[in-house]
Design a protein around this ligand. Sequence first.
Ligand code: GLU
Length: 482
Amino acid sequence: MNKIKVRFAPSPTGPLHIGGARSALFNYLFASRYDGEMLLRIEDTDLERSRREYESEIIDSLKWLGLGWSEGIDTGGPNEPYRQTERLPIYQEYAEKLLEAGQAYYCFCSEKELEAERQDLLDSGQMQKYSGRCRQLSMAEREEKLKQGIKPAIRFKVPAHQLHIVDDLVRGRVSFDSDDIGDFIIVKSDGIPTYNFAVVIDDVLMGISHVIRAEEHLSNTPRQLMIYDALNFRRPEFAHISLILGSDRQKMSKRHGATSLVQYREMGYLPEALFNFLALMGWSPEGEEEILSPAEIAKAFSLERVAKSPAVFDINKLNFINQQYLKKIGDEELKEMLKPYLADSKYLEKIEQMGEERYGLLVSTIRDYLVCLADVKEQLEVFFADIDYAGEAREVLAGEGVIPLLQAFKEGIHKVNEVDEIKQLIKGITKTLKLKPKNVFMPLRCALSGQAHGPDLTHYIAVIGRDEASKRIDRAIDFITR
Ligand code: GLU
Protein backbone atom coordinates (compact mmCIF):
# COMPACT_ATOMS: atom_id res chain seq x y z
CA MET A 1 0.00 0.00 0.00
CA ASN A 2 1.23 3.52 -0.74
CA LYS A 3 1.86 5.84 2.17
CA ILE A 4 -1.37 6.44 4.03
CA LYS A 5 -2.43 9.98 4.59
CA VAL A 6 -5.77 11.02 5.99
CA ARG A 7 -7.30 14.30 6.98
CA PHE A 8 -9.88 15.74 9.26
CA ALA A 9 -11.46 18.78 7.66
CA PRO A 10 -13.98 20.41 9.98
CA SER A 11 -16.04 23.44 9.11
CA PRO A 12 -15.66 25.84 12.04
CA THR A 13 -19.35 26.63 12.30
CA GLY A 14 -19.85 25.35 15.83
CA PRO A 15 -18.17 23.37 18.57
CA LEU A 16 -16.87 19.92 17.73
CA HIS A 17 -19.88 17.62 17.52
CA ILE A 18 -19.76 14.05 18.76
CA GLY A 19 -20.07 12.89 15.14
CA GLY A 20 -17.18 15.09 14.04
CA ALA A 21 -15.07 13.83 16.92
CA ARG A 22 -15.81 10.27 15.88
CA SER A 23 -14.77 11.01 12.25
CA ALA A 24 -11.57 12.64 13.47
CA LEU A 25 -10.91 9.68 15.73
CA PHE A 26 -11.40 7.10 12.98
CA ASN A 27 -9.00 9.01 10.76
CA TYR A 28 -6.50 9.20 13.58
CA LEU A 29 -6.84 5.49 14.35
CA PHE A 30 -6.52 4.51 10.73
CA ALA A 31 -3.35 6.58 10.35
CA SER A 32 -1.94 5.21 13.62
CA ARG A 33 -2.68 1.63 12.72
CA TYR A 34 -0.99 1.79 9.32
CA ASP A 35 1.80 4.13 10.25
CA GLY A 36 0.33 6.89 8.15
CA GLU A 37 -0.06 10.61 8.58
CA MET A 38 -2.95 12.81 9.48
CA LEU A 39 -3.56 16.44 8.70
CA LEU A 40 -6.02 19.00 9.96
CA ARG A 41 -7.58 21.38 7.45
CA ILE A 42 -10.14 24.06 8.15
CA GLU A 43 -13.02 24.25 5.68
CA ASP A 44 -14.30 27.73 6.28
CA THR A 45 -15.91 28.56 2.95
CA ASP A 46 -19.23 29.20 4.63
CA LEU A 47 -18.27 32.77 5.44
CA GLU A 48 -21.37 33.57 7.38
CA ARG A 49 -21.23 30.66 9.78
CA SER A 50 -17.48 30.13 10.17
CA ARG A 51 -15.80 31.60 13.24
CA ARG A 52 -12.23 31.65 14.45
CA GLU A 53 -13.37 30.90 18.02
CA TYR A 54 -14.87 27.63 16.84
CA GLU A 55 -11.67 26.80 15.03
CA SER A 56 -9.65 27.00 18.23
CA GLU A 57 -12.37 25.27 20.20
CA ILE A 58 -12.32 22.37 17.74
CA ILE A 59 -8.53 22.12 17.94
CA ASP A 60 -8.69 22.16 21.75
CA SER A 61 -11.33 19.45 21.78
CA LEU A 62 -9.36 17.22 19.43
CA LYS A 63 -6.22 17.61 21.52
CA TRP A 64 -8.12 17.00 24.73
CA LEU A 65 -9.42 13.76 23.24
CA GLY A 66 -5.83 12.75 22.69
CA LEU A 67 -5.62 13.10 18.92
CA GLY A 68 -2.61 14.47 17.13
CA TRP A 69 -1.61 15.28 13.56
CA SER A 70 1.65 15.98 11.88
CA GLU A 71 0.47 18.66 9.51
CA GLY A 72 -2.23 21.29 9.55
CA ILE A 73 -3.68 24.55 10.63
CA ASP A 74 -1.80 24.87 13.92
CA THR A 75 1.28 22.80 13.18
CA GLY A 76 1.98 24.09 9.68
CA GLY A 77 3.55 21.87 7.06
CA PRO A 78 4.45 21.58 3.38
CA ASN A 79 0.95 22.28 2.09
CA GLU A 80 0.21 25.60 3.72
CA PRO A 81 -2.12 27.36 4.02
CA TYR A 82 -4.53 24.94 5.69
CA ARG A 83 -7.49 27.28 5.90
CA GLN A 84 -9.57 27.21 2.74
CA THR A 85 -10.33 30.94 2.63
CA GLU A 86 -6.57 31.46 2.36
CA ARG A 87 -6.36 29.21 -0.67
CA LEU A 88 -8.72 31.04 -3.02
CA PRO A 89 -6.18 31.60 -5.84
CA ILE A 90 -5.53 27.85 -5.93
CA TYR A 91 -9.19 27.03 -6.48
CA GLN A 92 -9.48 29.81 -9.03
CA GLU A 93 -6.60 28.33 -11.01
CA TYR A 94 -8.31 24.95 -11.24
CA ALA A 95 -11.70 26.47 -12.00
CA GLU A 96 -10.09 28.29 -14.90
CA LYS A 97 -8.62 25.06 -16.18
CA LEU A 98 -12.10 23.59 -16.24
CA LEU A 99 -13.49 26.69 -17.96
CA GLU A 100 -10.80 26.53 -20.62
CA ALA A 101 -11.42 22.85 -21.22
CA GLY A 102 -15.13 23.51 -21.62
CA GLN A 103 -15.89 21.41 -18.55
CA ALA A 104 -17.28 24.36 -16.64
CA TYR A 105 -19.08 27.55 -17.59
CA TYR A 106 -20.14 30.91 -16.25
CA CYS A 107 -23.62 31.04 -14.84
CA PHE A 108 -25.36 34.39 -14.57
CA CYS A 109 -28.64 33.18 -13.13
CA SER A 110 -29.80 35.19 -10.17
CA GLU A 111 -31.03 33.60 -6.95
CA LYS A 112 -34.53 34.76 -7.92
CA GLU A 113 -34.38 33.06 -11.31
CA LEU A 114 -33.06 29.87 -9.81
CA GLU A 115 -35.77 29.86 -7.19
CA ALA A 116 -38.46 30.31 -9.87
CA GLU A 117 -36.93 27.42 -11.81
CA ARG A 118 -36.94 25.21 -8.71
CA GLN A 119 -40.55 26.09 -8.01
CA ASP A 120 -41.60 25.20 -11.58
CA LEU A 121 -39.89 21.82 -11.30
CA LEU A 122 -41.50 21.23 -7.95
CA ASP A 123 -44.96 22.15 -9.28
CA SER A 124 -44.63 19.84 -12.23
CA GLY A 125 -43.29 17.02 -10.03
CA GLN A 126 -39.91 16.85 -11.77
CA MET A 127 -36.50 16.21 -10.32
CA GLN A 128 -34.94 19.36 -8.90
CA LYS A 129 -31.86 20.06 -10.89
CA TYR A 130 -30.49 23.07 -12.64
CA SER A 131 -31.70 23.30 -16.22
CA GLY A 132 -28.29 24.15 -17.61
CA ARG A 133 -29.66 27.36 -19.04
CA CYS A 134 -26.35 29.23 -19.02
CA ARG A 135 -24.57 26.37 -20.81
CA GLN A 136 -26.28 27.62 -23.94
CA LEU A 137 -25.10 31.23 -23.76
CA SER A 138 -23.20 32.40 -26.79
CA MET A 139 -19.90 34.15 -26.36
CA ALA A 140 -21.58 37.45 -27.22
CA GLU A 141 -24.30 36.96 -24.62
CA ARG A 142 -21.72 36.12 -22.04
CA GLU A 143 -19.64 39.19 -22.86
CA GLU A 144 -22.71 41.33 -22.66
CA LYS A 145 -23.61 40.10 -19.17
CA LEU A 146 -20.06 40.57 -17.96
CA LYS A 147 -20.11 44.07 -19.36
CA GLN A 148 -23.30 44.75 -17.42
CA GLY A 149 -21.32 43.99 -14.32
CA ILE A 150 -23.13 40.77 -13.45
CA LYS A 151 -20.78 38.60 -11.44
CA PRO A 152 -21.06 35.01 -12.61
CA ALA A 153 -20.76 31.81 -10.66
CA ILE A 154 -18.81 28.95 -12.23
CA ARG A 155 -20.75 25.77 -12.82
CA PHE A 156 -19.41 22.34 -13.51
CA LYS A 157 -20.77 20.72 -16.65
CA VAL A 158 -22.03 17.35 -15.49
CA PRO A 159 -21.37 14.78 -18.23
CA ALA A 160 -24.51 12.97 -19.37
CA HIS A 161 -25.22 9.26 -18.91
CA GLN A 162 -22.25 8.35 -16.79
CA LEU A 163 -22.21 5.87 -14.01
CA HIS A 164 -19.93 6.82 -11.13
CA ILE A 165 -18.89 3.96 -8.97
CA VAL A 166 -17.24 4.11 -5.56
CA ASP A 167 -15.91 1.03 -3.87
CA ASP A 168 -16.42 2.44 -0.47
CA LEU A 169 -14.30 0.78 2.20
CA VAL A 170 -17.23 0.69 4.59
CA ARG A 171 -20.32 0.71 2.42
CA GLY A 172 -19.11 -1.48 -0.41
CA ARG A 173 -19.92 -0.67 -4.02
CA VAL A 174 -22.14 2.36 -4.50
CA SER A 175 -23.05 3.75 -7.91
CA PHE A 176 -24.47 7.07 -8.97
CA ASP A 177 -26.04 8.07 -12.25
CA SER A 178 -24.76 11.42 -13.49
CA ASP A 179 -28.18 12.11 -14.99
CA ASP A 180 -29.54 12.52 -11.47
CA ILE A 181 -27.23 15.45 -10.89
CA GLY A 182 -27.58 18.91 -12.34
CA ASP A 183 -24.66 21.15 -13.29
CA PHE A 184 -23.43 22.36 -9.93
CA ILE A 185 -21.64 25.47 -8.80
CA ILE A 186 -17.95 25.11 -8.08
CA VAL A 187 -17.14 28.76 -7.48
CA LYS A 188 -19.78 31.17 -6.26
CA SER A 189 -20.21 34.64 -7.74
CA ASP A 190 -18.24 36.08 -4.81
CA GLY A 191 -15.22 33.96 -5.77
CA ILE A 192 -15.61 31.49 -2.90
CA PRO A 193 -15.44 27.84 -3.93
CA THR A 194 -18.11 25.40 -2.87
CA TYR A 195 -17.30 22.50 -0.59
CA ASN A 196 -17.47 19.87 -3.34
CA PHE A 197 -14.86 21.67 -5.39
CA ALA A 198 -12.45 22.86 -2.72
CA VAL A 199 -12.40 19.50 -0.98
CA VAL A 200 -11.20 17.73 -4.13
CA ILE A 201 -8.49 20.24 -4.94
CA ASP A 202 -7.21 20.17 -1.38
CA ASP A 203 -7.33 16.42 -0.96
CA VAL A 204 -5.33 15.99 -4.15
CA LEU A 205 -2.79 18.72 -3.51
CA MET A 206 -2.32 17.60 0.08
CA GLY A 207 -1.72 14.00 -0.97
CA ILE A 208 -4.66 12.42 0.83
CA SER A 209 -4.85 8.67 0.22
CA HIS A 210 -8.03 7.91 2.18
CA VAL A 211 -11.07 10.07 2.75
CA ILE A 212 -12.80 8.86 5.89
CA ARG A 213 -15.86 10.89 6.74
CA ALA A 214 -19.49 10.87 7.75
CA GLU A 215 -22.08 9.06 5.67
CA GLU A 216 -23.92 12.30 5.03
CA HIS A 217 -21.19 13.12 2.52
CA LEU A 218 -21.78 10.00 0.46
CA SER A 219 -24.28 11.90 -1.68
CA ASN A 220 -21.59 14.52 -2.37
CA THR A 221 -19.14 11.92 -3.55
CA PRO A 222 -20.35 11.60 -7.18
CA ARG A 223 -19.90 15.36 -7.66
CA GLN A 224 -16.41 15.06 -6.28
CA LEU A 225 -15.64 12.05 -8.46
CA MET A 226 -16.62 14.04 -11.55
CA ILE A 227 -14.13 16.73 -10.61
CA TYR A 228 -11.39 14.18 -10.00
CA ASP A 229 -12.06 12.78 -13.47
CA ALA A 230 -12.35 16.14 -15.21
CA LEU A 231 -8.99 17.27 -13.82
CA ASN A 232 -7.38 13.87 -14.38
CA PHE A 233 -6.73 13.51 -10.68
CA ARG A 234 -6.16 10.19 -9.07
CA ARG A 235 -9.03 9.34 -6.76
CA PRO A 236 -8.40 8.55 -3.12
CA GLU A 237 -10.11 5.66 -1.38
CA PHE A 238 -13.36 6.54 0.33
CA ALA A 239 -14.83 5.28 3.58
CA HIS A 240 -18.15 6.70 4.72
CA ILE A 241 -18.93 5.96 8.31
CA SER A 242 -22.52 5.65 9.41
CA LEU A 243 -24.62 8.21 11.17
CA ILE A 244 -24.83 8.49 14.91
CA LEU A 245 -28.38 8.10 16.13
CA GLY A 246 -29.90 8.97 19.48
CA SER A 247 -31.36 6.21 21.65
CA ASP A 248 -34.70 6.65 19.85
CA ARG A 249 -32.89 5.91 16.57
CA GLN A 250 -33.42 9.44 15.29
CA LYS A 251 -30.47 11.50 14.10
CA MET A 252 -28.50 12.66 17.14
CA SER A 253 -29.48 16.20 18.03
CA LYS A 254 -29.61 18.55 21.01
CA ARG A 255 -32.85 16.88 21.99
CA HIS A 256 -30.81 13.84 22.98
CA GLY A 257 -28.69 15.79 25.43
CA ALA A 258 -25.16 17.06 25.04
CA THR A 259 -23.92 16.85 21.46
CA SER A 260 -20.57 18.59 21.59
CA LEU A 261 -17.36 17.19 22.95
CA VAL A 262 -16.75 20.25 25.07
CA GLN A 263 -20.00 19.62 26.96
CA TYR A 264 -18.82 16.14 27.93
CA ARG A 265 -15.47 17.56 28.93
CA GLU A 266 -17.20 20.11 31.15
CA MET A 267 -19.33 17.43 32.76
CA GLY A 268 -16.14 15.65 33.71
CA TYR A 269 -16.07 12.71 31.36
CA LEU A 270 -12.50 11.58 30.93
CA PRO A 271 -10.84 11.88 27.53
CA GLU A 272 -9.75 8.22 27.52
CA ALA A 273 -13.34 7.17 28.22
CA LEU A 274 -14.67 9.22 25.33
CA PHE A 275 -11.89 7.97 23.09
CA ASN A 276 -12.87 4.40 23.97
CA PHE A 277 -16.61 5.08 23.66
CA LEU A 278 -16.38 6.92 20.33
CA ALA A 279 -14.19 4.18 18.89
CA LEU A 280 -16.89 1.66 19.71
CA MET A 281 -19.46 3.74 17.86
CA GLY A 282 -19.24 1.91 14.59
CA TRP A 283 -16.06 -0.07 15.14
CA SER A 284 -15.88 -3.25 17.17
CA PRO A 285 -12.83 -5.06 18.47
CA GLU A 286 -12.35 -8.74 17.71
CA GLY A 287 -12.41 -9.90 21.32
CA GLU A 288 -15.04 -9.49 24.00
CA GLU A 289 -13.16 -6.83 25.95
CA GLU A 290 -14.49 -3.37 25.26
CA ILE A 291 -12.50 -1.32 27.74
CA LEU A 292 -9.42 -0.62 25.71
CA SER A 293 -6.74 2.01 25.97
CA PRO A 294 -6.06 4.39 23.08
CA ALA A 295 -2.92 2.40 22.22
CA GLU A 296 -4.80 -0.90 22.21
CA ILE A 297 -7.52 0.53 19.99
CA ALA A 298 -5.01 2.04 17.58
CA LYS A 299 -3.30 -1.33 17.30
CA ALA A 300 -6.53 -3.20 16.58
CA PHE A 301 -8.43 -0.68 14.45
CA SER A 302 -9.41 -1.50 10.90
CA LEU A 303 -12.08 -0.25 8.53
CA GLU A 304 -13.15 -3.85 7.88
CA ARG A 305 -14.57 -3.90 11.37
CA VAL A 306 -16.52 -0.68 10.94
CA ALA A 307 -20.24 -1.40 10.64
CA LYS A 308 -22.46 -0.13 7.88
CA SER A 309 -25.44 0.21 10.17
CA PRO A 310 -25.94 3.39 12.16
CA ALA A 311 -24.22 3.71 15.51
CA VAL A 312 -26.48 4.43 18.46
CA PHE A 313 -25.33 6.87 21.07
CA ASP A 314 -25.94 5.03 24.32
CA ILE A 315 -25.29 7.30 27.27
CA ASN A 316 -25.45 4.36 29.67
CA LYS A 317 -22.55 2.79 27.87
CA LEU A 318 -20.56 6.00 28.02
CA ASN A 319 -21.35 6.26 31.73
CA PHE A 320 -20.22 2.70 32.30
CA ILE A 321 -16.99 3.26 30.40
CA ASN A 322 -16.32 6.51 32.21
CA GLN A 323 -16.75 4.78 35.56
CA GLN A 324 -14.23 2.14 34.54
CA TYR A 325 -11.69 4.85 33.78
CA LEU A 326 -12.53 6.78 36.95
CA LYS A 327 -11.77 3.65 38.97
CA LYS A 328 -8.24 3.63 37.62
CA ILE A 329 -7.47 7.08 38.99
CA GLY A 330 -5.71 7.25 42.34
CA ASP A 331 -7.33 9.11 45.26
CA GLU A 332 -4.73 11.86 45.23
CA GLU A 333 -5.19 12.58 41.56
CA LEU A 334 -8.95 12.41 41.82
CA LYS A 335 -8.89 14.92 44.68
CA GLU A 336 -7.18 17.41 42.38
CA MET A 337 -9.40 16.61 39.41
CA LEU A 338 -12.53 17.27 41.44
CA LYS A 339 -11.46 20.65 42.78
CA PRO A 340 -12.53 22.66 39.70
CA TYR A 341 -15.97 21.07 39.96
CA LEU A 342 -16.29 22.25 43.54
CA ALA A 343 -15.34 25.83 42.79
CA ASP A 344 -18.93 26.99 42.45
CA SER A 345 -20.41 24.60 44.98
CA LYS A 346 -22.52 26.17 47.69
CA TYR A 347 -20.55 24.03 50.15
CA LEU A 348 -17.13 25.23 49.03
CA GLU A 349 -16.47 26.98 52.31
CA LYS A 350 -17.28 23.86 54.29
CA ILE A 351 -14.96 21.82 52.13
CA GLU A 352 -12.16 24.32 52.50
CA GLN A 353 -12.55 24.18 56.25
CA MET A 354 -12.27 20.40 56.26
CA GLY A 355 -8.57 20.29 55.58
CA GLU A 356 -6.85 18.06 53.06
CA GLU A 357 -7.14 14.85 55.02
CA ARG A 358 -10.86 14.94 55.58
CA TYR A 359 -11.39 16.15 52.02
CA GLY A 360 -9.46 13.07 50.92
CA LEU A 361 -11.74 10.91 53.00
CA LEU A 362 -14.76 12.60 51.43
CA VAL A 363 -13.42 11.84 47.97
CA SER A 364 -12.72 8.20 48.75
CA THR A 365 -16.19 7.87 50.27
CA ILE A 366 -18.07 9.20 47.26
CA ARG A 367 -15.84 8.15 44.38
CA ASP A 368 -17.75 4.99 43.55
CA TYR A 369 -20.94 7.00 43.15
CA LEU A 370 -19.50 9.30 40.50
CA VAL A 371 -20.43 8.70 36.89
CA CYS A 372 -18.63 11.85 35.83
CA LEU A 373 -16.70 14.43 37.80
CA ALA A 374 -19.50 16.99 37.85
CA ASP A 375 -21.58 14.53 39.88
CA VAL A 376 -19.47 15.46 42.87
CA LYS A 377 -21.74 18.40 43.60
CA GLU A 378 -24.79 16.24 43.93
CA GLN A 379 -22.87 13.80 46.11
CA LEU A 380 -22.11 16.58 48.59
CA GLU A 381 -25.76 17.12 49.36
CA VAL A 382 -26.07 14.22 51.73
CA PHE A 383 -23.10 15.50 53.73
CA PHE A 384 -23.89 19.17 53.90
CA ALA A 385 -27.48 19.99 53.01
CA ASP A 386 -29.84 21.16 55.75
CA ILE A 387 -31.50 18.21 57.31
CA ASP A 388 -35.19 17.76 57.05
CA TYR A 389 -36.42 14.58 58.69
CA ALA A 390 -39.02 13.28 56.33
CA GLY A 391 -40.30 10.07 54.76
CA GLU A 392 -38.47 6.93 55.75
CA ALA A 393 -36.02 8.76 58.03
CA ARG A 394 -38.88 10.17 60.05
CA GLU A 395 -40.40 6.72 60.50
CA VAL A 396 -37.10 5.19 61.52
CA LEU A 397 -36.48 7.89 64.12
CA ALA A 398 -39.94 7.32 65.58
CA GLY A 399 -38.99 3.69 66.30
CA GLU A 400 -38.50 2.19 69.73
CA GLY A 401 -35.22 2.64 71.59
CA VAL A 402 -33.81 5.25 69.24
CA ILE A 403 -33.15 7.89 71.90
CA PRO A 404 -30.92 5.74 74.14
CA LEU A 405 -29.04 4.68 71.07
CA LEU A 406 -28.46 8.26 69.95
CA GLN A 407 -27.39 9.24 73.46
CA ALA A 408 -24.91 6.40 73.67
CA PHE A 409 -23.48 7.42 70.32
CA LYS A 410 -23.22 11.03 71.37
CA GLU A 411 -21.32 10.11 74.47
CA GLY A 412 -18.88 7.94 72.59
CA ILE A 413 -18.28 10.10 69.53
CA HIS A 414 -16.45 12.75 71.58
CA LYS A 415 -13.60 10.40 72.18
CA VAL A 416 -13.07 9.14 68.64
CA ASN A 417 -12.00 10.51 65.30
CA GLU A 418 -10.75 7.87 62.89
CA VAL A 419 -12.90 5.59 60.77
CA ASP A 420 -11.70 2.53 62.66
CA GLU A 421 -12.48 4.05 66.02
CA ILE A 422 -15.95 5.00 64.84
CA LYS A 423 -16.46 1.42 63.68
CA GLN A 424 -15.45 0.15 67.14
CA LEU A 425 -17.72 2.65 68.83
CA ILE A 426 -20.76 1.51 66.82
CA LYS A 427 -19.87 -2.12 67.37
CA GLY A 428 -19.64 -1.52 71.12
CA ILE A 429 -23.01 0.22 71.23
CA THR A 430 -24.60 -2.62 69.26
CA LYS A 431 -23.28 -5.08 71.81
CA THR A 432 -24.12 -3.11 74.92
CA LEU A 433 -27.66 -2.28 73.85
CA LYS A 434 -28.11 -5.80 72.45
CA LEU A 435 -29.36 -4.54 69.11
CA LYS A 436 -29.17 -5.91 65.62
CA PRO A 437 -26.58 -3.96 63.57
CA LYS A 438 -29.32 -2.82 61.22
CA ASN A 439 -31.21 -1.29 64.13
CA VAL A 440 -28.16 0.73 65.00
CA PHE A 441 -26.98 1.79 61.58
CA MET A 442 -30.35 2.81 60.27
CA PRO A 443 -31.38 5.19 63.08
CA LEU A 444 -27.88 6.64 63.26
CA ARG A 445 -27.82 7.27 59.55
CA CYS A 446 -31.28 8.87 59.64
CA ALA A 447 -30.37 11.03 62.59
CA LEU A 448 -27.08 12.18 61.08
CA SER A 449 -28.08 12.69 57.48
CA GLY A 450 -31.86 12.83 57.42
CA GLN A 451 -31.71 10.08 54.78
CA ALA A 452 -32.35 6.38 55.03
CA HIS A 453 -29.66 5.59 52.47
CA GLY A 454 -26.25 6.93 51.65
CA PRO A 455 -22.53 6.29 51.66
CA ASP A 456 -20.70 4.10 54.16
CA LEU A 457 -21.81 5.33 57.58
CA THR A 458 -18.50 5.25 59.41
CA HIS A 459 -16.83 7.15 56.59
CA TYR A 460 -19.73 9.53 56.53
CA ILE A 461 -19.29 10.29 60.22
CA ALA A 462 -15.55 10.76 59.85
CA VAL A 463 -16.13 13.17 56.97
CA ILE A 464 -18.61 15.39 58.78
CA GLY A 465 -16.47 15.20 61.92
CA ARG A 466 -17.36 14.48 65.54
CA ASP A 467 -18.47 18.01 66.44
CA GLU A 468 -20.91 18.19 63.59
CA ALA A 469 -22.08 14.63 64.29
CA SER A 470 -22.72 15.53 67.88
CA LYS A 471 -24.74 18.62 66.91
CA ARG A 472 -26.82 16.60 64.50
CA ILE A 473 -27.57 14.00 67.16
CA ASP A 474 -28.83 16.77 69.46
CA ARG A 475 -31.02 18.07 66.71
CA ALA A 476 -32.42 14.62 66.00
CA ILE A 477 -33.20 14.02 69.68
CA ASP A 478 -34.87 17.39 69.74
CA PHE A 479 -36.94 16.46 66.75
CA ILE A 480 -38.01 13.12 68.21
CA THR A 481 -38.94 14.51 71.61
CA ARG A 482 -40.68 17.57 70.30
N1 GLU B 1 -16.01 20.29 6.02
C1 GLU B 1 -16.74 19.08 5.86
C2 GLU B 1 -17.54 18.83 7.12
O1 GLU B 1 -17.21 19.38 8.15
C3 GLU B 1 -15.78 17.96 5.61
C4 GLU B 1 -16.34 16.87 4.82
C5 GLU B 1 -15.26 15.93 4.33
O2 GLU B 1 -14.60 15.36 5.19
O3 GLU B 1 -15.12 15.81 3.13
O4 GLU B 1 -18.49 18.10 7.11
